[in-house]
Write a new protein. Structure first.
Length: 275
């Protein structure tokens, strides 16, 4: 696919997807949605990629829907996603609940880390929340924004946000559509760390490098699936599923390697895919 509004780089087992409309603060369009999903699918099936970092070009992460797209909805008299039926479906087929817009992040086999370098509003807020971890630049502004446009809470964020930060705090952000700075978002538990802007990406990459060096690919994949699948399960089902995975994964080469590395006090040498 020709990339017009995103950039993609793979280096040191990390795929970086950069939303690349800096002149428009990386606002979300159907084209960006199409490219982003295609790139996620590419990264997820690439055996050389262990983790995915998402960030924005210039001074914004993603400042929500493009104003021209919003005007287009009015002109057409209806909502138009700007995408086609053949759009990529990363993460689909793992669990029916994940086969939906943005929720497909839960079906990916690799962790997604959002490096929120600037404003994240609307679709940008969703993108950050559906990532597995969020690191933000100091002073970055985050907002759901939908209430100020006579829109509902979008794409399942009313399901996700209370599970992330609790009902009371989620209601504050969802009902008011107010702007919170990264520092308040950290206090809420919405982001994992706040860094000076010039330290954001180095911190994210260092975190990811440590993650993929110390945790096996198979463990990352299965733990991520457990986290999101268990949101739908009762605790007994979660325990039963984890027992099944425990019995299977202790027969894999990476289990033997993990034990050997622990006993020998050395870094583990993981297989590429944890298969």
């Amino acid at each position: 696919m020709e990339l017009k509004v995103t950039q993609y780089v793979v280096d040191d087992e990390i795929a970086t997807i950069t939303l690349n409309r800096p002149q428009r603060m990386n606002t979300w369009t159907g084209r960006m949605d199409t490219e982003y999903r295609w790139l996620l699918a590419e990264a997820d099936r690439d055996p050389t990629v262990r983790a995915i970092v998402v960030t924005g070009a210039g001074r914004a992460f993603c400042a929500g829907a493009d104003s021209r797209a919003l005007e287009g909805h009015i002109a057409k008299g209806r909502y138009d996603s700007g995408t086609t039926e053949d759009i990529a479906k990363p993460g689909y087929g793992v669990q029916p609940e994940f086969d939906a817009d943005f929720a497909y992040h839960f079906g990916l086999t690799k962790p997604v880390i959002a490096a929120v370098n600037g404003p994240a509003a609307g679709a940008g807020f969703l993108l950050a929340c559906y990532a597995d971890l969020r690191f933000a630049a100091a002073g970055a502004k985050l907002t759901t924004s939908h209430g100020k446009l006579n829109l509902p809470a979008e794409y399942g964020i009313s399901w996700l946000l209370p599970r992330m930060i609790g009902l009371t705090r989620a209601n504050d952000l969802l009902l008011s559509s107010r702007v919170v700075l990264a520092e308040e978002a950290l206090a809420m538990g919405l982001v994992n760390a706040v860094l000076p802007p010039d330290e954001l990406l180095p911190y994210a990459y260092n975190y990811v490098r440590h993650l993929i060096a110390t945790v096996s690919p198979g463990s990352l994949r299965e733990t991520k699936r457990q986290i999101y699948a268990d949101l739908h399960r009762d605790v007994r089902a979660a325990v039963a599923h984890s027992r099944e995975q425990l019995e299977r994964m202790t027969t894999e080469p990476d289990f033997a390697e993990g034990v050997a590395a622990f006993m020998e006090k050395r870094p583990p040498r993981w297989s590429k895919r944890g298969q």
